[in-house]
Design a protein around this ligand. Structure first.
Ligand code: PFF
Length: 446
């Protein structure tokens, strides 16, 4: 029997995949780096014109294939006389690459939850040295929490779609949404809320650089979990009666809303306590703990609440990063889900340890390539190359390879929207992504 999601289970799991560290950790810090409003508008634009269309395409492809990534592309390839298209299905392994550092960051979050219980840093200098000390010298602690994160994720992947992944998301996603709403209301009580709102929604076009555009496209892929078969794999277990268009719109709307709410909360607190928004990846781990300290008694509780939301967002995305590879190995090699999970989990777990070592003072050089830490290589390769590239492949495979098979989608959308969507995935999205990649690699200047 095929393991299928319930209708609401599918939405929650897909939202769970999309809403992750990308929304609460990464979106606020890149928005801060690129000066706020103008970046937000470009980002919203890319979600609307590139992200949603590819999300619909990837969901439809998953429903059409009804199987793992490789079998699905094989099926499309056979229909079109291109058997080698099946190799595109190996994009299902991108998730393992992302997991090598994603799991380490979830480990940091667990560490910070534990350290919030023991007391928060009282100054930025102290917070900075705690974070630096953690990543440069505390190898054992990081491996401990990376192991803990891995075992949690693998436990739910091993449960399968219905008993593992759906169960986890059914509990964590509503809890996460409630925590974010509570924190949003709390942040509204500060004077700095209006400044934060202005920072996010009033564009200062002077601050917009060509790099901001490039990052916005890359981030729209990352945040909607596109281009690695996570959405495809979940959609293979789509309940028969679910609407692709409605599901895709709901998921993008919730994903964007949670990123904006996270931004509003974080920037309100930053401005209220006189911190800079452009702190980079350390924003959540350096600036936030100090702010929570300054809040006094309630600060520790809020810190734990905020970090728990971040941890939940991370875990629900993580299961979707591992599932595509597990399903493929299980189907292709006839091994049990348990052994497929252990096998795929071990691969990213071990490389994750190299990523940890690459940031350490002691072994950093040994685990760097061309002067770049393995951690950074893994992180940037997914965002800047793997996801956008695979995204184009999905858009083209669906746009040109499914032909008459797209009829049900046309019925669902109505002819006008269908034509707009088709033109977007055939022409606009591939060109936008191509343009973005050429710009990134210095072939063209914006
Ligand atoms: N969308 C997740 C986030 O925003 O953190 C990350 C992610 C999950 C990317 C699943 C890709 C993926 F397939």
């Amino acid at each position: 029997m095929v393991d299928r999601f319930s209708k609401i289970g599918f939405i929650l799991a897909t939202v769970g995949s999309a809403v992750g560290l990308g929304n609460i950790w990464k979106f606020p810090y890149i928005t801060g780096e690129f000066g706020g409003g103008a970046f937000v508008i470009v980002y919203l634009f890319t979600i609307l014109f590139v992200g949603i269309s590819i999300l619909i395409a990837e969901m439809y492809l998953g429903k059409f294939g009804g199987s793992d990534t490789v079998s699905t592309f094989e099926k499309v390839g056979k229909e079109n006389g291109i058997p080698s298209l099946k190799f595109a299905g190996f994009m299902g392994f991108n998730g393992l690459i992302i997991m090598t550092f994603y799991s380490v960051v979830i480990g940091w979050i667990f560490y910070y939850i534990w350290s919030s219980i023991n007391g928060l840093p009282s100054s930025v200098a102290e917070a900075e040295s705690e974070f630096t000390d953690l990543i440069s010298s505390q190898i054992g602690i990081q491996i401990f929490f990376h192991t803990f994160a891995t075992l949690t994720v693998l436990h739910f992947v091993n449960g399968g779609i219905k008993k593992g992944i759906e169960k986890l998301n059914n509990i964590l996603i509503p809890t996460l949404v409630l925590i974010m709403i509570a924190l949003l209301f709390y942040s509204m009580s500060f004077d700095a809320f209006s400044k934060s709102f202005q920072f996010l929604f009033y564009p200062d076009w002077d601050k917009l650089t060509s790099e901001a555009f490039v990052r916005a496209v890359g981030h729209s892929f990352f945040t909607l979990s596109l281009g690695m078969g996570a959405i495809l794999t979940y959609s293979a277990s789509l309940p028969k009666e679910a609407s692709i268009t409605k599901s895709a719109l709901t998921v993008s709307l919730l994903d964007t809303a949670i990123a904006l709410v996270a931004g509003l909360i974080i920037f309100t607190l930053l401005f209220q306590y006189g911190e800079e928004p452009s702190k980079g990846p350390g924003l959540v781990f350096i600036s936030m703990p100090v702010i929570f300290y300054q809040m006094g008694e309630i600060g520790s509780a809020l810190s734990i609440l905020f970090l728990s939301a971040l941890g939940m967002a991370g875990l629900t995305s993580a299961v979707s990063l591992v599932e595509p590879a597990v399903l493929y190995v299980k189907n292709r090699f006839g091994v049990s889900r348990f052994w497929a999970t252990i096998g795929m989990g071990s691969i990213y777990y071990l490389i994750g340890i190299f990523a940890i070592l690459s940031y350490s003072t002691e072994y950093g050089e040994m685990f760097s390539i061309g002067g770049m830490a393995i951690f950074d290589i893994l992180e940037t390769s997914s965002d800047k190359f793997l996801l956008p590239f695979s995204g184009i492949v999905i858009a083209l495979a669906v746009g040109y390879g499914l032909g008459k098979k797209l009829e049900p989608l046309k019925e669902e959308m109505g002819n006008t929207f269908f034509q707009i969507w088709l033109f977007t995935i055939r022409v606009i999205s591939p060109l936008a992504v191509l343009f973005f990649m050429l710009n990134l690699y210095g072939f063209i200047e914006l």
